[in-house]
Design a protein around this ligand. Structure first.
Ligand code: ZN
Ligand code: ZN
Length: 391
């Protein structure tokens, strides 16, 4: 029996490297050998907080198909034709049932709505899943390898994947999930806002709150789409500098230099000639949401993307003054879909033209993953990737 290694989170800031037998893919499954797994802020959030049971992590991964179960070419849903042995693929981390009422209503594959979703590389206990059963992220439960921070991963029937074109670096393809999150936020802004003007067009002045990976990727998409300007707000100067260096931010506002919100609003208002039409809130704090409502111009659009890690906190808001009188369109975002991932992946394939991989500030291996997971709050950290060497 071949054994392979995997990272297992066992408690707050505790990560063990364990060996498990490599499973044989069953009917409709494939086994991939992981090449790269990008580190998501949600992994780092999980790493810093208590968990109910030991858990495998890592959902932004890319690997090569090394074994295929019977009929896997038909049961793995690939946007680029049937999968074959040796294909390098990027993976949609959610698996939905396809037949619950929500799947039927919102479409198969729509994440966070299915009653019995499975998520590669993390617990889905908020959705009611228990430690037992194949849904579990507990790696002791067969087939063990169901996450990105391990040498292998089993993909179950119904998983959506994309083939990497020849030469595409694995870390770039591992940006599929965060790129799709940024892409979905932008798609939401593209719909009509109830007035003649669209929120997002070539003359839009956009503002992004939070210069983390999602904020920077959203800025990249907006710049590629050719908006008039992107203003970026954050409290860490090195991140803002990075956003500028990547050509993502035309104007930056460091809130440690301008702690007064009215002052920040005035600066942004001045730069954008009356306030941004679109604000994407990509920071991890509830206060940033209120900031976004202040920054945006009247009849503007705010998309709230970034609050995941701030659960339980509340903030005061005067909806009559901030939302109603300003006639804002305010949207939350967490559900995503394979079609948006496809759009994101097609953009990532243009990596020779746009240097998406510059987002990575840290690389690590399975042995140094724990150290890198702990760097989330470091001023020079934006995004890390765990690399697995070819054997
Ligand atoms: Zn992610
Ligand atoms: Zn479902």
């Amino acid at each position: 029996m071949t054994m392979a290694r995997m990272a297992v989170m066992t408690g707050v800031r505790k990560l063990d490297i364990r060996s498990y037998p490599v499973p044989e893919p069953e009917e409709g499954q494939v086994l991939i050998k992981i090449e790269a797994a990008a580190i998501c802020g949600s992994d780092q959030h999980a790493f810093n907080n208590p968990i109910a049971y030991q858990t495998a992590l890592g959902h932004e991964f890319v690997g090569k198909i090394v074994k295929m179960g019977r009929n896997a070419g038909k049961s793995i849903l690939c946007y680029d034709g049937e999968v074959r042995l040796g294909d390098r693929i990027a993976v949609y981390p959610w698996l939905t049932c396809g037949h619950c009422k929500n799947c039927l209503t919102y479409g198969r594959g729509t994440c966070t709505v299915c009653d019995t979703s499975f998520f590669y590389g993390g617990p889905v206990s908020p959705m009611g899943h228990e430690e037992e059963g194949w849904h579990s992220s507990n790696p002791d439960i067969y087939p063990h390898f169901k996450a990105g921070y391990g040498e292998y991963c089993i993909l179950f029937p119904g998983t959506y994947v994309w083939k990497l074109p020849e030469g595409m670096p694995a870390p770039v393809a591992a940006l599929l999930d965060p790129m799709a999150v940024a892409m979905r936020g932008i798609e939401l802004a593209q719909t009509q806002c109830g007035v003649k003007e669209e929120a997002l067009n070539i003359n839009t002045n956009a503002c992004i709150v939070g210069a983390g990976p999602i904020g920077i990727l959203a800025g990249m998409i907006l710049k590629i789409m050719g908006v008039s300007s992107v203003t970026m707000v954050d409290g860490i100067a090195t991140k803002l500098e990075k956003a500028k260096e990547l050509g993502v931010a035309d104007y930056i506002v460091d809130f440690t230099m301008h702690p007064d919100r009215d002052e920040r609003t005035r600066l942004i208002n001045e730069y954008t000639g009356g306030g941004p039409q679109l604000v994407l809130q990509c920071a991890n704090t509830v206060y940033a949401f209120i900031d976004a409502l202040h920054y945006v111009r009247r009849l503007g659009t705010v998309v709230e993307i970034g609050n995941a890690a701030d659960y339980g906190k509340t903030v005061e808001c005067n909806p009559a003054a901030l939302i109603c009188t300003k006639h804002l369109r305010v949207m939350g975002m967490s559900a995503n879909q394979p079609g948006t991932y496809d759009k994101a992946f097609r953009l990532l394939k243009r990596y020779r033209q746009y240097h998406f991989d510059k987002l990575f500030t840290h690389t690590c291996t399975l042995d140094t993953l724990k150290e890198t997971l702990g760097k989330m709050r470091d001023p020079d950290y934006i995004k890390g990737v765990c690399l697995f060497e070819e054997k």
